[in-house]
Ligand binder design. Structure first.
Ligand code: NAP
Length: 447
């Protein structure tokens, strides 16, 4: 192919061999774009891309738009001699071994595999560093949204203090339907499954594990420290009830599953990093509160840049393929120029991960109490005893039970307390004879 660029005007540039591992939801879109947009990509790169092999499990499967002659089950042969390997098969093995082999032989690798990176980020980045090649992964966090390059490159001269993101579209869709339509969790989940937003087994999404993988990757990159998924405190949204959503709404909040990655300087356990995923109350005026449906958004606070927000589609074949191809063009350009570009020394900062018990946030606690004099005093006494402080108490009259006891709903908004203090307080509240049930305990972010 003839490519017009400053270096190679009128010369035939040698094609870059691209091997793809996986041709599913994302891979199909990537392969189609490499095949159909070859000329435009070649102009941007300075050399054409030649899709040399596509590795799948089943070569006989119908794959409309895909050149069947490229399909193979022989992954080792497919990656041998490739300039660029695109890994879109997912899972840990054989993806990890194949990526490592590709890096070791001098291929740059582009992957969307958050599960793999969240557990092996340091190992794989170090393998790329040793081999003098790139391992790019824009699509592994928040799909189409450019977030890895802004965090890793655009903000490299700044100091990122905090990242707070809605990085899982399935859970955002579920919580949004519960908030806007008053649906129960199960109803919202089954609709998400019908619409293709949720997997048949939704555990990774609703349990917060998918968001935790992204929190680990974002933390490693933003804080230049090795953070794995095991370092991330995870709580899912399975226990969010319509009552919790309605109470939040009443008070000007919306419940979102948030990934929070931050530098902490004033914790009970000293300074360090915190990475956590949990459902939290956000003021409805916060920019992240406006993120509807299956969309994602990431809110960054940096020392010099201030607040930045990135918003867009966090999943889906076509949006994710956009991020994958951006990485492919980036690594291909470097190949054409004859180098991988400068790598920062990875993970050179303090990596002390603070336990959730030392992290300070505000909470809303909802109690079902017996409606009689002395309840507020008993509750306040426990808070005082535990060294926790209440900002606001709101009581609404509820129903009478079978024994004729009148109930009330008591919502307590706390000042900032550590998780440890809060847990101790809630345990003791639950033991009070006047407390029928602790209905919910939920953190507040973005205030
Ligand atoms: P997918 O639809 O399940 O496709 C997986 C592909 O890999 C299939 O073509 C499958 O072959 C092939 N494959 C799987 N295991 C294999 C093995 N052991 N040997 C050979 N081929 C194998 O997955 P996807 O949704 O495209 O996701 C791919 C990656 O992108 C994952 O890491 C995922 O986390 C990430 N990602 C996906 C999205 C999204 O919206 N889907 C968004 C962001 C990131 P067959 O076709 O023969 O079964």
């Amino acid at each position: 192919m003839r490519v017009n660029d400053e270096r190679g005007k009128g010369e035939d540039m040698q094609a870059l061999k691209v091997a793809m591992l996986g041709c599913g939801v994302v891979g199909t879109e990537v392969a189609a774009r490499i095949q159909n947009r070859g000329e435009a990509l070649a102009e941007r790169i300075g050399a054409p891309l030649e899709l040399s092999a596509i590795v799948v499990r089943d070569t006989a499967k119908e794959r409309p738009g895909i050149d069947a002659s490229l399909l193979t089950t022989d992954a080792e042969a497919a990656i041998a001699g490739a300039d660029i390997v695109i890994e879109l098969m997912g899972g840990i093995e054989p993806a990890k071994s194949l990526i490592t082999a590709a890096l070791d032989q001098g291929s740059s690798v582009v992957t969307a595999n958050k599960a793999l990176l969240a557990a092996n980020y340091v190992e794989l980045m170090s393998a790329a560093d040793r081999a003098g090649v790139r391992l790019e992964h824009e699509a592994a966090v928040a799909g189409a949204i450019p977030i890895i390059r802004p965090v890793g490159d655009s903000l490299a001269g700044d100091r990122i203090e905090r990242i707070m993101g809605i990085v899982n579209g399935t859970t955002n869709y579920i919580l949004d339907q519960m908030d806007s339509e008053g649906w129960a969790f199960d109803e919202a989940l089954s609709t998400a499954q019908e619409l293709g937003y949720a997997e048949a087994d939704p555990t990774a999404d609703v349990g917060g594990h998918d968001a935790a993988a992204k929190a680990a990757i974002l933390s490693s990159l933003a804080f230049h420290a090795p953070v794995t998924i095991d370092d991330v405190h995870v709580e899912g949204i399975e226990d969010i009830t319509p009552d919790m959503v309605a109470t939040a709404k009443d008070q000007g909040f919306v419940i979102k599953l948030l990934a929070v990655c931050e530098r902490v300087n004033d914790s009970a356990a000293g300074s360090g990093l915190s990475a956590r995923v949990y459902p939290a109350l956000l003021p409805r005026t916060h920019p992240l509160a406006t993120v509807r449906g299956a969309f994602n958004a990431v809110f960054i606070e940096a020392e010099a840049a201030g607040s930045l927000m990135f918003y867009g589609q966090g999943a889906g074949g076509s949006p994710t393929a956009s991020a994958v191809l951006g990485d492919v063009v980036s690594v291909a350009r470097r190949k054409v120029l004859g180098g991988r570009g400068q790598y920062e020394r990875p993970f050179h900062e303090d990596s002390r991960i603070l336990p959730i018990s030392a992290i300070t946030t505000r909470y809303h606690i909802t109690l079902d109490v017996v409606d009689r004099p002395g309840v507020l005093a008993a509750v306040s006494e426990i808070f005082a005893d535990e060294g926790a402080s209440i900002e606001l108490m709101r009581q609404t009259v509820g129903e009478a039970d079978e024994q004729g006891n009148q109930h009330a709903k008591l919502v307590l908004a706390t000042h900032s307390n550590t998780d440890a203090v809060l847990r101790g307080t809630v345990d003791r509240l639950g033991d009070l004879p006047v407390v029928r049930a602790v209905k919910s305990v939920i953190r507040v972010e973005g205030q």
